[in-house]
Design a protein around this ligand. Structure first.
Ligand code: 13P
Ligand code: SF4
Length: 355
């Protein structure tokens, strides 16, 4: 099997250079002016720095950004996220110019399976349907039948079972925690899961959840299914140790929907423990100032996401650098599973195991 990515495999947690308020204001104005000049739309993932989210036209999770990249009319997309996300936008819209402000903004999860490894796995399971998380390279997607994100992994697997019958064998990867969540939700015996992981989410351990549960009894839990704690939380739910009412297994976009619903409902102040990358807290606190959001692990920062800074975004738009190019033959094959994922849409309120 593969070597698991470990925290050391990611770039060292370098502090993002702090900009003064005057610098932030000037750079933001420069970025907006350049975007208008270039006919560019700025897309930003929910984990991006607050100043990047502030200049973006569209902010969202990986599924929403894939859908928006295809829908927007602008000829240039400045993608503030990690490389596989920009690559996905380029595959869906080959006629558009997709820029990423730092081409080295990678993803440890995407690095946990290569095209050669996937081909080897498929050779051992002839006839199986391959589902790969969108956090993969275009070469891996080119060998894939369906992509999925955290927002629709269960819906994609249920669709395949409906289409191919209950005996279908499914190869699911590369995230083992998301895979184990999908296996529990669907109960499908033919689901095989690759043992890859994201170093940030795998680092949010069951012990983190135990500590925050102790410190904040009665709080809600918002958990990204990539988390190392997700399996244990599902076990708590199944055993009745944690009340299902307050546990939400969500994509980053689903977490924002939760915050908006809390705010709309008003009422008494709630506390929610957030198990995902800490950049998420900015958007959540903006969406619901009346809710107290507490990180499950304050160290859970994705250094790849934080490689995208305002000066780099300004330079990319000014010089039209960081253009993402996917070879045509790979892009044509990779488009099929991505389009299937986009057309299936989001999970539709699938209850947690034990509910
Ligand atoms: P979402 O699909 O929830 O946006 O997550 C993407 C990601 O990279 C999680 O780390
Ligand atoms: Fe990849 Fe993990 Fe960073 Fe998400 S948080 S982009 S999965 S390394």
């Amino acid at each position: 099997m593969i070597e698991l990515p470990i925290a050391d495999a990611a770039p060292a947690a370098t502090a993002v250079p702090r900009l003064s308020l005057a610098e932030l204001t000037e750079l933001s104005a420069e970025v907006r002016a350049l975007a208008a000049e270039r006919g560019a739309v700025i897309l930003a993932h929910n984990y991006q720095l607050p100043e990047i989210q502030a200049v973006a036209d569209i902010i969202g999770d990986s599924l929403f950004l894939s859908q928006e990249a295809e829908r927007v009319p602008q000829p240039v997309i400045a993608f503030c996220g990690v490389h596989f996300m920009a690559e996905t936008a380029s595959v869906l819209s080959p006629e558009k110019t997709v820029l990423i402000p730092d081409v080295d903004a990678g993803c440890s999860l995407a690095d946990s399976i290569t095209a050669e490894q996937l081909a080897g796995w498929q050779a051992k399971h002839p006839g199986a349907i391959t589902v790969m998380y969108v956090n993969t390279t275009a070469e891996v997607k080119a060998l894939t039948d369906y992509c999925c994100t955290s927002g629709n992994a269960v819906a994609v697997v249920e669709h395949i079972i409906r289409e191919h019958g209950p005996d279908v064998e499914i190869l699911f990867g590369p995230d083992m925690f998301l895979g184990s969540y999908v296996a529990k939700q669907t109960g499908h015996p033919g689901l095989r899961v690759w043992d890859g992981e994201c170093h940030v989410h795998a680092g949010i351990r069951p012990s983190d959840i135990e500590r925050v549960r102790r410190d904040h009894p009665g709080a809600d839990f918002l958990i990204h299914p990539e988390c190392g704690c997700s399996t244990s939380v599902m076990e708590y739910v199944a055993s009745g140790d944690v009340d299902t009412e307050g546990v939400h297994m969500l994509s980053t976009g689903g977490m924002l929907d939760y915050a908006q619903q809390q705010e709309a409902a008003g009422g008494e102040r709630k506390t929610a423990i957030v198990a995902t990358e800490v950049g998420m807290l900015h958007g959540l606190r903006q969406a619901s100032p009346g809710t107290e959001f507490i990180p499950a692990n304050e160290q859970a920062a994705c250094t790849y996401m934080k490689m995208i800074t305002l000066p780099k975004l300004r330079d990319a738009l000014r010089d039209m650098t960081g253009v993402v190019n996917v070879p045509v033959d790979i892009a044509e094959k990779a488009r099929i599973p991505i389009e299937r994922m986009v057309s299936i849409g989001r999970d539709a309120g699938i209850p947690l195991v034990g509910e």
